[in-house]
Ligand binder design. Sequence first.
Ligand code: SF4
Ligand code: SF4
Length: 433
Amino acid sequence: MSRDLPIIKVDQTFELAQAVVDGVDISGHWNRMFSDRSVTEYPTEAMDWVTSLDGGESLRDCYQCGKCVPVCPVNHVGDYGPRKLNAKVLRGNNLLDDPDLWLCTTCGNCYRVCPKEVNPLRIMPAIREQAVLEGKVPDELSEAFRNLQKSGNPHGHSPRKRADWIAGADVPVPLISELGRPVDVLWYVSDYTSYHARGQDAARAMARILTALEVDFAILGNEERSDADSARLAGETGLFEMLAEKNIESFRKYEFKRLVVMDPHAYNAFRNFYPKLGWEGEVLHYTQFLAPLIDRIEFRSRVELDVTYHDPCYLGRNNDEFDAPRRLLEAIPGVRLTEMPHNKANGYCCGGGGGGMWLDGFVADHVSERLSERRVREAVATVGADGTGVLSVACPYEPSRFEDAVKSTGNDGRIVVRDIVELIDQAMQPPAH
Ligand code: SF4
Ligand code: SF4
C-alpha cells in the first residue's frame, strides 16, 4: 500500500483512508491490520523486568481470557488471579511493593486451566526472590526466614529438640546415627510433625503404625533440617539451597532404600528439586508408602465417622497423588468417605502454601476470609455438624491450621480435624468402653 495516501488516526490504530490491494478495496478500517501500530501509553519496563527473571517469562503470555479467575482460591475471598497480576504489570507495576505479591499460595489451580501455561509456581518465587534481595518482605515472613536460618526450622526451636516427640510414642523410634546399619526406610519427619503439638500427634501415630507393620525404619533426629520448600516458594532460594545442602549431606551419610516423608512440601522438594542439587533417590509420601501395606494392618475397632478429605496442593494437584490417601481412608473400618465439591485436581487450597503458613496476619488484611476458614465451611457442609464429622488431612501444616479455622468459624465441637495416620492409629486401638 502506498504511504502517500491520507492517514486517519483511530485510538492507537492508524488506517489508510483509501487503499486497494490486488484489486480489493480495503479503505478505512479494513486495512488497520496492514498499518504500523504505535502504542505509546503503556510502559513496557515492568513487564520486561518480570520476564527477564528466571521463571517470570510466562506472565507475558497471559491473553486475559479469565479462565484462571473462578478457580483461584484467593479470588473467592478477594479480587485475585494471574489475569489481574498480568494487567497490573502491564500498567507499569512491577509488584515489588504490591501486597498482591504475597497473596498467591502457589496452589497451581490457575496453571491447571490456563491455555497459555502462565505459571505462578515459577513467576511468584522469581519476583519474591527480588523482593527478598531488596528487603521488602512482610515482617511475619522475615521472622520465619530468620528462624530457618538460625535453627533449621520455621518455629525457631532448637535443632537438638527435633526428636523430643519420641518420648510419647510408646514404641521405639530408632535414630539412624545410633543404629549403625542400613535401613529400609529413612523416615523424614519434617518441621510441624517434629515440633508442633498437633503435628507430634501424627508423628507418634505414624511411629506406632510403622512398628505394627514391622517396617525397618529410622529417623535422622537432630541431623534433620527443614525441607524449606515453602521458603523457596516465598522467594528465599538461598535459604532453600543452604538447608538442602545440609539434608543432602545427611542423606549421603547413611544407607537406606527409600525416603518416606510426612510433608507434601518435603515430597515436592526431594522429588523435584533435590535432583538438581545433586541428590536423587526413591521418595514416597507416607500415604503412598502405607497404601499398599494397609491390608496388613490389624484393626481392632470401628471408628464410625463421616470423613471428608482435603487434598494438599503439593501432594495432589502439583504432584498427582490423589488415590493413596483415599485408599487408606476407605480401608479404615467405620469410615464413610464423602468428597467435598472442591476435590482432587480442583481441591481448594488451605492457604498455607507458598509461604502462606507464615503470612496469615498479612493475608487477613487483604481478604474477606481465610482460605482455611472457607475450606472448613465446605467440610462442615459436606459431612454435617453433628460432631461425627472429620476433616481428614495428609499434610502437617493442616491440623493446627484447620483447627484454628474450626474455632474462628464457630464450629468448635461440630467437626474435628485428623491426619489420616491418626485415624488409622485410632482404629488400631481396642474399642473404648
Ligand atoms: S487463564 Fe492464563 S491466559 Fe487466561 S487470564 Fe488467566 S493467566 Fe491469562
Ligand atoms: S497459584 Fe493458586 S493462589 Fe496463585 S494465582 Fe494461581 S490459583 Fe491463585
